[in-house]
Design a protein around this ligand. Structure first.
Ligand SMILES: C[S@@+](CC[C@H](N)C(=O)[O-])C[C@H]1O[C@@H](n2cnc3c(N)ncnc32)[C@H](O)[C@@H]1O
Length: 281
């Protein structure tokens, strides 16, 4: 591990719905590239010098941020040693150049001094956190007064398909119930503004970032990529659900067939509405 990577807590026993396999870590890198146009259309760190990403995973967003704003220094924090280890390999040249530093933290407690960052990012993390309000309070503590936080989160209850996909609906219900069992919140996106206000942020602006597939999308490869991204994301939880007898492999096969069919049917409507806020300290 690089000397720029400091381990604050060696272990955490928190169960993370997607797990920390190499395949899952690769998926995060692939996903960040695919979702970049959606997530970053309203994000601007051009006036910042040193920003923090909480829940940085394997560093996929950090790489995108550095490509977009090459002058930035970025600190990444995650509760998982395995993620930070992978991130330290993935971002090695940037770490060696002194532009990236990585830390392992525990449950949102940031091992960093007050008011040292002039921007902050959270992306698909609060849905997994046991105490999302505390994560927001912690990130606010380390932000400078007047700086902005961008936070993008899931709102899984907002996912819709037309025609209705029954096997998918069954899987999705079990998936979301499992996330709640792990003390996460698959609909935290809907609560982002309220949570940010409770954490003490002001000027909270919210918008929906909808991934929308309907007949306006004529490009077949775009249709295929979109559904394939979604299938890959939700299937990352399938091995855990099968191992716990919550679903059968047969349900997975049925669901794959239903969702694959959506790619090639021009009547399809598929909506995945992320929620994003910008909030000022
Ligand atoms: C879906 S990944 C997103 C990673 C990265 N933000 C991205 O978009 O590629 C969620 C990450 O949040 C981390 N995580 C979960 N709860 C956390 C918490 N309370 N504080 C910090 N990280 C957390 C997980 O270990 C995982 O790496």
């Amino acid at each position: 591990m690089s000397t720029s990577t400091i381990s604050i807590s060696n272990h955490n026993t928190t169960k993370y719905i997607h797990g920390y396999t190499t395949d899952e870590q690769d998926r995060l890198i692939k996903q960040s590239n695919f979702l970049e146009p959606y997530i970053y259309s309203n994000v601007d760190f051009s006036n910042c010098h040193h920003i923090i990403e909480v829940g940085c995973g394997v560093g996929a967003q950090i790489q995108l941020l550095l490509n977009r704003w090459p002058h930035l220094k970025i600190t990444g924090v995650d509760i998982s040693q395995a993620q930070i280890h992978r991130a330290s390999e993935f971002l090695k040249p940037y770490i060696e150049a002194g532009r990236v530093s990585l830390y392992v933290s525990h449950d949102g407690e940031l091992p960093l001094p007050d008011e040292c960052f002039d921007g902050a990012l959270i992306c698909f993390v609060l849905e997994h956190a046991h105490n999302p309000l505390n994560v927001l309070k912690q990130i606010k503590r380390v932000m400078k007064s007047g700086s902005s936080l961008y936070c993008t989160e899931a709102f899984n209850a907002g996912v819709h398909t037309y025609p209705t996909c029954l096997a998918f609906q069954t899987y999705w219900e079990i998936f979301n119930r499992y996330q709640k069992e792990l003390k996460g919140d698959p609909d935290v996106g809907l609560k982002l503004s309220n949570l940010a206000l409770k954490a003490g942020f002001s000027e909270v602006n919210a918008n929906c970032v909808p991934i929308y597939l309907d007949d306006r999308v004529k490009d077949t490869s775009r249709r295929i990529n979109l559904i394939d991204w979604f299938i890959e994301a939700i299937l990352s939880v399938a091995p855990a659900l099968i191992a716990q007898d919550k679903i059968t492999p047969y349900l997975i096969e049925e669901m794959k067939q239903e969702l694959s069919w959506l790619k090639h049917n021009q009547d399809t409507v598929f909506v995945y509405p992320f929620q994003q806020i910008k909030a000022v300290k």
